[in-house]
Design a protein around this ligand. Structure first.
Ligand code: ZN
Ligand code: ZN
Length: 146
């Protein structure tokens, strides 16, 4: 299953896709509480989101909240307001290189490579001569034969 994917979505803004905790004002707002705002400002229908809860975040960031605010205020004053937010297109989890589970900004932690040193030990260090000592010394056994 894609539990990792789902938990990654909990940190992302439904509108712009940024991490809601990595902006100037780390706050998040529930999409559910701003259904109309999201539809009128960004054209996002979160009712459709709820059909695929594994694909869409359920919160949005403070920056996007500000955009909603500006949009509302402009409407009140009969002014036009065009936001510059690119609404993120969300994709389902994919097994390989999922952009949500593996955001490109995060450093990928791999296994450290083993350092293999090749080469034989130098011949001089072979301790073959050490064992030979006093070849003339005989072990004398005075056998106590009866
Ligand atoms: Zn946002
Ligand atoms: Zn994923």
């Amino acid at each position: 299953m894609s539990g990792e994917h789902h938990s990654a979505l909990q940190k992302l803004c439904r509108v712009c896709g940024n991490n809601v905790y990595k902006v100037k004002t780390p706050r998040q707002y529930k999409c559910y509480d701003h259904q109309t705002d999201l539809r009128e400002t960004f054209g996002i229908d979160i009712v459709l989101d709820s059909l695929e809860p594994e694909t869409y975040p359920t919160q949005f960031c403070h920056t996007c909240k500000n955009v909603i605010y500006c949009h509302k205020r402009a409407l009140k004053n009969n002014r036009e307001y065009t936001h510059k937010v690119t609404v993120k297109e969300w994709e389902c989890h994919v097994e390989e290189n999922c952009k949500i589970c593996n955001p490109p900004s995060a450093p990928t932690i791999g296994r450290p490579k083993k350092l293999v040193k090749e080469g034989r030990p130098p011949l001089l260090s072979v301790p073959s001569l050490l064992k030979i000592q006093h070849p003339h010394r005989k072990s004398q056994n005075y056998g106590s034969t009866v």
